[in-house]
Ligand binder design. Structure first.
Ligand SMILES: [Zn+2]
Ligand SMILES: [Zn+2]
Length: 354
């Protein structure tokens, strides 16, 4: 008899041939249920019901997915609802299924909808910009802090989140030392999302890869926001200059910046002075910064969580850097003693001459 029965028969005949990687789970006049499996992360179950007075009215559509976010499913339901208007008055099921399949294929970033949504929310209170490139499955992030910016194109691979987001170069007007830090640390964060730590692998073999996009972007955005406000712990003036043109890239300059293991950024001249003058504590020089750095290397190495007694505001980490090892402190101490001896000698000479 009915138009609906004819359509159900046609769907059961055509569905799997017309829509690649689809599986017809239920095909009845009360419900049509189709699984679409494009990739591990682009998996969707489409549930369709025929409304009263079909096909004058739109099909009732519902989506379920284990891999895709609620945010995406809610938005996508609206998109499909709008699209369904075009099919009113004729058989709708195959048209709608084809639309769903094509949409997922042409919008590969749909698997990061929720993360993009959260990053956009964050960018609305800091400064920066996101541009989506669905065709190449990539996202252009620009994060800003004062006169400084970083901008890079991040690719979301088909096997995301099992594989991490990827990027090559970034465009950035910070001093090179800071560009290297942001880029390197961001890569490390993304890597840790998908690779189990070697130690943990033995005790906990059930490592689950985590989505890397939002975590990585949050780090970059926070770092960029923080840089222009950071003080050199030694002179307590802003570490970065007030314009990007004034950035110093020659490491002979006193205003050349050095980022220490504790996360704080020193002017090279201030650091040299600080390292070469007393006191010389036995364990090495301690960073005098008034607060702990939120992006210290220690935090990111996961070396140890801060204990309750460790919550003091001061940095108090040993000042270490490839350029300024413990030996430098010892030789600085010796140099200082030598200089002081010279000063005393000179004073004696002056005394003698008077
Ligand atoms: Zn300084
Ligand atoms: Zn410090």
């Amino acid at each position: 008899m009915g138009l609906i029965e004819d359509e159900v028969n046609e769907v059961s005949r055509l569905c799997c041939n017309v829509i690649p990687n689809s599986k017809l789970i239920t095909c009845m006049t009360s419900l049509i249920r189709v699984d679409i499996n494009q990739t591990n992360s682009r998996q969707l179950t489409v549930c369709l019901r025929f409304p009263d007075e079909y096909p004058k009215n739109k099909l009732l559509t519902e989506f379920k997915s284990r891999s895709m976010s609620i945010t995406f499913l809610e938005r996508f339901t609206k998109v499909c609802d709008d699209k369904a208007v075009e099919f009113v008055g004729k058989p709708q099921v195959m048209g709608l299924l084809k639309f769903v399949d094509t949409y997922l294929r042409e919008n590969p970033l749909c698997i990061v909808t929720e993360e993009i949504f959260n990053v956009k929310k964050l960018l609305s209170v800091t400064s920066g910009d996101l541009k989506l490139r669905q065709k190449s499955s990539s996202i252009l992030l620009t994060a800003k802090g004062g006169p400084f910016y970083i901008s890079a194109k991040f690719h979301v691979p088909e096997q995301y989140p099992v594989e991490r987001i990827q990027w090559d170069d970034c465009d950035c007007n910070l001093p090179q030392a800071l560009v290297r830090f942001v880029n390197g640390q961001a890569k490390e964060i993304a890597r840790q999302c998908v690779e189990a730590p070697l130690k943990k692998l033995k005790t906990n073999p059930e490592f689950q890869p985590k989505p890397s996009l939002e975590r990585t972007f949050r780090f970059i955005i926070a770092a960029m926001k923080g840089f222009p406000e950071e003080l050199c712990p030694s002179c307590e003036k802003l570490a970065l200059p007030s314009t990007s043109q004034a950035v110093v890239e020659t490491d002979a300059d006193d205003n050349f910046l050095i980022r220490m293991f504790c996360g704080h950024i020193y002017h090279q001249g201030c650091l040299k002075k600080f390292m070469s003058e007393p006191p010389f504590p036995p364990g090495g020089k301690i960073c005098p910064a008034k607060r702990k750095h939120p992006r210290s290397d220690r935090n990111h190495c996961g070396a140890r969580k801060q204990s309750v007694s460790d919550k003091s505001e001061l940095c108090q980490q040993r000042v270490t850097h490839d350029k300024w090892g413990l030996n430098d402190v010892k030789s600085a101490e010796a140099k200082w003693a030598h200089q002081q001896a010279r000063v005393r000698e000179l004073e004696e000479v002056i005394d003698f001459l008077q």
